[in-house]
Write a protein that binds this ligand. Structure first.
Ligand code: C2O
Ligand code: CU
Ligand code: CU
Length: 595
């Protein structure tokens, strides 16, 4: 066992003294935070070693190490990165993206047996998770397997997913956000027979696009969390990098391309749209191809989400340009933060003026320039794949969805009323193995006004979810049956007015969260929006694609998302968390025990 103060909280405690106008009530809730599980004891499990019985088709060495990369003109930037080497396996399994700090691009196939030797050469612990990959719990990159410097973890798994797009990144307790931000991330493209029979654009006509936002200081070094605001809202950079490069522009031929887009940002949400108003032709999402292409005026992409776009430049003139932008939207941030970010309150971050790249503003992401005319172009297939849609009656629990209750409090974004703790399973967090589960993500307080109805009929208490207030203090816990309504916007805190300016935080704090579930992918069954979320919802609602396989879903303020997820492949512990990585690091993560 190693016990340590969760680094996110330690930084928070250090920063709390700096203050932020909105947090006049700090001392009272600082105590609450300290009493709330700021000390998390993470067991340290021995790394898995190669098993002689496992016969890999692909064997890779992957190293996490510090490096410097030239990103902006001037001094090179210190980063952390993955470097890789193919020990054994088909040619083309590993490629590097030139000039990028991103890890090697891996191409794997369904059915392949894969062994990856992950070695930590950082001066801090790290462990890697394969986001979207359906692997045994031991191979999932749980934080208890965090490697010390010099240690190696040998992953061994068979690819069970269908064709799709996986990302890999650290999952180190409390410092995932910083490690990803410093450069530790990479892509895996999975192929299978069904997908390859379509002969979608490949080779130079298939372009992986990882969107990230970063912030640099005057010496070209990465700037991370500056204050409590960055931690609470999630960290937003002021410069877009595509595949680790600024000002991305791709030279293309006048024909169709397959764009494989990942939102690899810590917290930034994008609203992807072509600058000339052409609808986006979407062919795939997180878990691979849709059944058929769909046309969208724009696509919302939260951190961790992927989208595949068919981009057809046929008929475009030599020299012409098409730009993918992030278009304006609102309603994803607490109202106070939204105003601050746009400078309406005199700017945040110590009087700094308006942010250069406010969330939800209109800015370019990447551009295509037609530099070559080609006569032939592949045709967009009308059918892409077969997806068996689950129905609610197929689930083991049609009347009692597994609750994933989001609650927001200052410095404590929670799931099911508790901060992350290993091996701390509430009754509703135990899932019977071999079943198909109906699950519901909802805002646990204030999905209507004043916190009413937050728990949802059939939820929570019915499951005994809220039993045990251990370590919760007063922070953002949900109400108990028969408990009076908290007086200040449903926060369940400030009952005696400690919150001062935080009054009404239940609504003030409500924001969008990209919720990610490990293990098998799921299908989104429905979305319902409560009154609280209505403002701004119209600016995003056309941008969700719920018809494919997902592993991360953007949940808007006031929104209730139902999904159906199989738990049929592996028993064990699998995480569920917000993929706003600052939220994850603050403890907005729980575990499901599949047993
Ligand atoms: Cu992409 Cu549990 O994370
Ligand atoms: Cu994941
Ligand atoms: Cu979140």
């Amino acid at each position: 066992m190693r016990g340590f103060i969760d680094p996110a909280r330690r930084r928070f405690l250090a920063q709390a003294g700096l203050g932020l106008l909105a947090y006049a009530g700090v001392p009272a809730w600082l105590r609450a935070v300290e009493g709330m599980g700021g000390m998390v004891t993470m067991p340290k499990a021995a790394p898995h070693r190669a098993s002689p019985a496992f016969r890999p088709d692909v064997e890779i060495e992957l190293i996490c190490r510090p490096d410097t990369v030239s990103i902006l003109p001037g001094p090179a930037t210190r980063v952390l990165r993955y470097t890789g080497r193919l020990i054994h396996g088909p040619e083309g399994t590993l490629t590097t993206i030139p000039g990028s700090y991103l890890g090697p691009l891996m191409r794997l196939r369904t059915g392949q047996k894969v062994r990856i030797h992950l070695r930590n050469e950082l001066s801090e612990p790290t462990i890697t998770h394969w986001h979207g990959l359906n692997v045994p719990a031991l191979m999932d990159g749980h934080p208890m397997y965090a490697l010390d410097r010099g240690e190696t973890f040998v992953y061994e798994f068979e690819i069970r997913n269908r064709a799709g797009m996986i990302l890999y990144h650290p999952h180190t307790h409390g410092i995932t956000g910083r490690q990803v931000y410093q450069g530790l991330a990479g892509l895996i493209l999975l192929h299978d027979d069904e997908e390859q029979a379509l002969e979608l654009p490949a080779g130079e006509f298939e372009i992986p696009i990882v969107i990230q936002d970063r912030r640099f200081d005057g010496g070209n070094q990465l700037v991370y969390i500056r204050d409590m605001h960055d931690r609470m809202i999630g960290f937003h950079g002021d410069q877009i990098l595509i595949n680790g490069r600024p000002d991305a522009r791709f030279d293309v031929a006048s024909r169709a391309y397959r764009l494989r887009i990942l939102n690899g940002s810590n917290a930034r949400i994008y609203k992807l749209a072509w600058d000339d108003g052409t609808p986006l032709t979407v062919i795939g999402v997180d878990g691979g191809l849709l059944e058929a292409p769909v046309r969208k005026p724009y696509v919302m992409l939260g951190p961790g989400e992927r989208v595949e776009v068919w981009a057809d430049f046929s008929g475009r003139e030599l020299g012409s340009e098409l730009v993918m932008r992030s278009r304006p939207f609102t309603g994803v941030l607490p109202k106070m933060a939204e105003r601050m970010m746009h400078g309406a309150m005199g700017g945040m971050h110590g009087g700094m003026m308006e942010d250069r790249l406010p969330l939800g503003s209109d800015y370019p992401l990447f551009a295509f320039r037609v530099t070559r005319i080609m006569r032939d172009s592949p045709k967009l297939p009308t059918r892409l794949s077969t997806i068996r849609r689950y129905r609610i009656d197929d689930t083991a629990n049609p009347d009692r969805p597994v609750p994933i209750g989001i609650s927001e409090a200052p410095m404590a974004m929670l799931i099911n009323g508790r901060p992350y703790a290993p091996n701390d399973f509430l009754p509703g967090e135990r899932i019977p193995f071999g079943t198909l589960q109906l699950m519901e993500i909802f805002h646990a307080h204030g999905d209507g006004h004043g916190g009413g109805g937050g728990m949802g009929a059939g939820h929570g208490m019915g499951h005994g979810m809220m039993g045990g207030r251990r370590g919760m203090g007063r922070m953002g816990r949900m109400r108990h049956p028969g408990e009076e309504e908290p007086p200040m916007g449903g926060m369940g805190m400030g009952r005696h007015g400690e919150m001062g300016m935080m009054g009404g935080m239940g609504m003030m704090m409500s924001m969008a969260h990209p919720i990610h579930l490990h293990e098998e992918p799921f299908q989104v069954l429905s979305r319902t929006i409560g009154a609280e979320g209505m403002e701004g919802y119209a600016t995003v609602r056309e941008g969700f694609i719920d018809s494919g396989w997902k592993d991360t879903v953007l949940v808007m303020p006031g929104e209730r998302v139902r999904l159906i997820k199989p738990y049929k492949d592996y028993k064990g512990v699998f995480m569920v968390h917000c993929h706003n990585l600052e939220h994850e690091d603050m403890g907005m993560m729980r575990e499901f025990l599949v047993e």
